[in-house]
Write a protein that binds this ligand. Structure first.
Ligand code: AMP
Ligand code: MN
Ligand code: MN
Ligand code: MN
Length: 283
């Protein structure tokens, strides 16, 4: 019998305890590998301190690894996430930019806690902090976990649906990094900038056009087409966007935890064959 050659499987978007995932970088690597991923990137929010740990375990397991990050950006008054792939995690300008991007999280978390207290859920700031490994990276996900534990909501998704989504009553407006800065930091660190899960943004068609044009103008090169955040029709929709703008295409589960994530590693369909994959010049 000929040896079975493992199928290629890329997953270039997920999270560890360094940001709002629930498993350590090494454990995420093991989980990705166990589910058949062969090209992997850990993309924690606004932080690269898990990169060496992720790479070391990934390579020991025989996976190819791309260094990654997911940067929080404010564009047209809404939050957009820009993934950077193939970055040098030691790049000083990138690290400084991420530090500045993270800096607003502590004050924002206090204000979210105040909003939740007014809505009848006291102690959420302190509670969320116990879920956040790094207090600098405290996020809405940590609040969601606390509110579930405290019995206010049955699932983290229901917390977002009722309180913490971008138009929810406990949401705090934020000024994250600019689109141009995020793309420039990623490019400066040798990486490719990717618009994460475009299907999640509540922009008008005109705004989407301006977002893609501006992203391209400032040096952005890629877009997520196949992601755990997209519906099947959105796979087609953003494949068309990739063709129209000549963007490279990326794919990833956006895995955070077994309980909370809709999509497990290794369960997404491959990218449409005619699209140029984002890893084309990176591996
Ligand atoms: P933050 O960086 O604090 O704004 O938190 C953003 C994180 O919250 C995202 O990366 C997701 O993990 C989660 N999140 C945001 N919006 C939603 C939503 N509508 N449903 C579920 N999770 C969400
Ligand atoms: Mn997240
Ligand atoms: Mn995201
Ligand atoms: Mn993500």
């Amino acid at each position: 019998m000929p040896n079975k050659i493992p199928a290629f499987c890329a997953d270039l978007h997920c999270h560890s305890t360094i940001s709002d995932g629930v498993y350590a970088p090494e454990v995420v690597a093991e989980r990705a590998h166990a589910h058949g991923v062969t090209l992997w990137a850990l993309t924690d929010h606004d932080e690269v301190s898990g990169q060496q740990r992720a790479r070391t375990r990934a390579e020991a397991l025989g996976m190819q690894y791309l260094s990654g990050v997911e940067i929080s950006v404010t564009w047209a008054k809404k939050t957009v996430h820009i993934v950077g792939l193939g970055i040098d995690p030691e790049n000083v300008t990138l690290r400084q930019g991420l530090r500045e991007t993270r800096a607003g999280r502590a004050g924002r978390a206090r204000r979210i806690g105040e909003r939740l207290a007014k809505l009848g859920m006291p102690g959420a700031f302190e509670g969320a902090r116990t879920f956040a490994g790094n207090p600098e990276l405290i996020s809405r996900t940590h609040f969601a976990r606390f509110l579930v534990e405290a019995g206010h909501c049955p699932t983290t998704q229901s917390v977002f649906d009722h309180y913490l989504s971008d138009d929810g009553p406990a949401h705090e407006p934020m000024q994250w990094a600019t689109l141009e800065d995020a793309v420039t930091w990623i490019r400066g660190a040798g990486g490719v900038a990717v618009i994460a899960h475009p299907g999640r943004y509540h922009y008008t068609l005109t705004q989407f056009g301006a977002l893609f044009d501006t992203f391209k103008d400032v040096g952005g090169q890629a877009i997520e087409v196949i992601t755990g955040s997209h519906t099947v029709p959105q796979y087609q929709e953003y494949a068309q966007v990739a063709r129209h703008y000549d963007f490279l295409a990326s794919c990833g589960s956006d895995f955070h935890s077994a309980k909370e994530s809709k999509i497990e590693f290794g369960s997404l369909p491959p990218l449409p064959a005619d699209l140029k994959p984002v890893w084309k010049d990176l591996v």
